[in-house]
Design a protein around this ligand. Sequence first.
Ligand SMILES: [Zn+2]
Length: 839
Amino acid sequence: MGCFTTLDDSPMLRCKLQEMESSVDGLKDRCKLLTKASRKYRDGLLNMHQSEKEFASALEEVCMDNDEDHVAMGSFVTVLNQLATYHHTLHTQIEELLFEPLQRWQVFLSEVKDLRRKLDKSGSEYDEQRSRYLSMKKKTKPEVLEKQAAELQSARRDFDEARFAVAQRLAAVEVRKKYEFLDALASSMEAHMHFFRRGLDLFSGLEPKIQSALEVVEGHRAEEKHEEELLESLVAVQRDNAAARTLASSECASPSACGPLQFTGQAARKASEIESVVRASLEGGGQHVSIIKQGYLYKRSSNMRGGWKRRFFILDSLGTLCYYRNKDAHSAASTVNLLFSTVKPNAEDPSLRCCFRIVSSSKTYTLQAENETEVTQWMEALQAVIAVLINNSTAEQLRALTADPPPGMNHHRGRHRRNLSVDSDISVQSEGDFAMVERVASRDRHLLRTVESLEESTPPNAALCSANCFAFRRYLHDASGGGQQPNRKDAGAYPEVQTPAPPVGAGDEASLLEVLRRVPGNSACADCGAADPDWASLSFGVTLCIECSGVHRQMGVHISKVRSLTLDVRVWEPSVVQMFQQLGNQFVNSVLEEKAPRRTNDQEDTWLWSADSDGEDEVADSAIMSRDTLADAGGLRATCKPSAGDGLAEKEKFAVAKYIDRRFTAPCAVRPEELRETLWEAVASGDLQGTLRLILKGGDVNEWHAHIGSVRLMSEALEVAEGLGIPVPETVTERGAMELSLLHLAAKVGATANVELLLQRGAAIDAPDMYGRTPLHYAILFQQAEAAKLLIRKGADASLKDMSHCNALDTAVTMGRVTDEELFLMLSGCQGTGGQALC
Ligand SMILES: [Zn+2]
């Protein structure tokens, strides 16, 4: 059982001890090795803890900046911190359970050596004492002998004790070597097991988050791929565009071969595409807005210094043109109001290349592109958009427009823009005006319908349209080149286009402007006096500045039909031009502003506008007009004729007073009961001014006339028809006997300007007399070919039959003298269509 049966000193015991000691040496070496390794291991765990801590805190710091990933990353940080704590615990346990016991064990084993040395020492001491004692003689004094015997006794006792100690330690080692290692290792393994168990719990909780994070990663990966593909296609498109640009510029290298503003067939198709895109966006209420064109342009600063700045312009399908500065793409962009703008080629300085201008009511933007192709594209896009905007401008949009600061105020956009919030006073004012407009609208609903049908209908075929164009060009040629001013006083000798002339070329627009501005008063806006107006009201025959044209448009198409002299080319038929030539701002204002109070000196402008800074330069505070001042000014001058620099609110008030309320129109000179006959006489004598004056003073263009004049005319018509073999109809319409309209009379007289005026004022185009004969019938019967063509172009229904079952064409054929091929073509063209307006 035990290691020793006896501890008596003997060679056998010594041998046994020797044996056991050498086995302890081996044990000690192994223990030393293990202790060293466990120290390293323990330190490694502490390092692990520290590096996990550091990593977690670094991760936490990084996540702070990225909100999106923070949720997943945040839980990772928590777990890492927790794991670091677990590692620290494990480290402590390894220290206590493995390293320290091993260290103690090693010390325990090392002590065997010391005990052995003690044993050897006490053994020699014992040997020495014994020899000394035995070497004593018999005659030695008993006290000395006794002392020596005591010392020998003590040495022997020490030797025995040392031997026992060694034996005990060796026996202890022999027992403890069986469990010391095992205990340390098993305990540390158990600590490990706990560590991993807690770790598993920790990561089990994290697992869903890891999964979802991986899904997010997968999603982002897919996105990345998609983005890459998108970008690749974008790059491809850009490369194509760049190649196309290079090609185009090389094609346009020779300026004689390709002018800067050559509009190709392809470009024209593009313009119509743009128009349909813009229309779709506007009709969709701005739900789908796409970019029509964007890119960098050089923009001339509108201040006195006039530097050029590179800006990024975006034209979108809502017709908004805005531009950004490079530095702050996120800040609000500056917006160019396109609604009342025109686009013109070239800069004011003609020596500059690749320039164009956007001229709006309040300012002019001079822009420069990098090449002529870009200029062309920008101008096409802008013109297409403006065309749609003008046609689409609804009351709502115009109302929104009036909510903008009045044009003068636009000079102060930029730094002070936010201070100058929408002028509520003006808005309220506009609301009031609109209510008034609405009232007028309901009164004149029928008139509106007539007007709109005239305006909106489209030509039935291209041949007729081109015929119209040709006629217009001939007229322009005659009017500007030939200088034959129509003589309106000479009744019966109305200017008609008879002499064929070569078509007028590219100068059409300039010629039209020239012709119309020559008319007295037309060189200044009829309402505010602004110079060089290039808009016009067809309803009144006056020319307007762009701003007043906006005011007119706001009043509604039933009050004033506004068209551009430069943009709405199709509108300017010869008859319209004639009408304008015979009326003019001077004459029309003499009627509509007869009683208008003039502004006195003390009411002159008292504020100053500074140069437009465009938000890029400082504006003097003194130049800003407060809202109150504006409201006061509006109230003060409500009934005064505004000047060009006045605010929109004033111009609105004045226009409503002038055109809707007719507050400045003097009462009619003739008695109301005589008005009808006087109007008839004016039309009969071809007095266009007289006609309009009476209409403006209360004459009704749709009133039926049954007086001596109308009776004579109808008898004349019957006579002509009978002479042609057309029998007097046996039945009559519901129309009152011998009643005729003014349009019947104008058609008979053949005065195209008069026909035009009556139609513009809302005359019913197809109203039949008692025999079912329309104004078109009358034009044919009295051989007024131009008047007939005009009526057809304006939408007269040539298929309508009179009570003798003759339509206009039948009547013309019966006469057997259809010499005007164009008229014949138009009459037959209308048969199938039921009479559609051409323009
Ligand atoms: Zn004006």
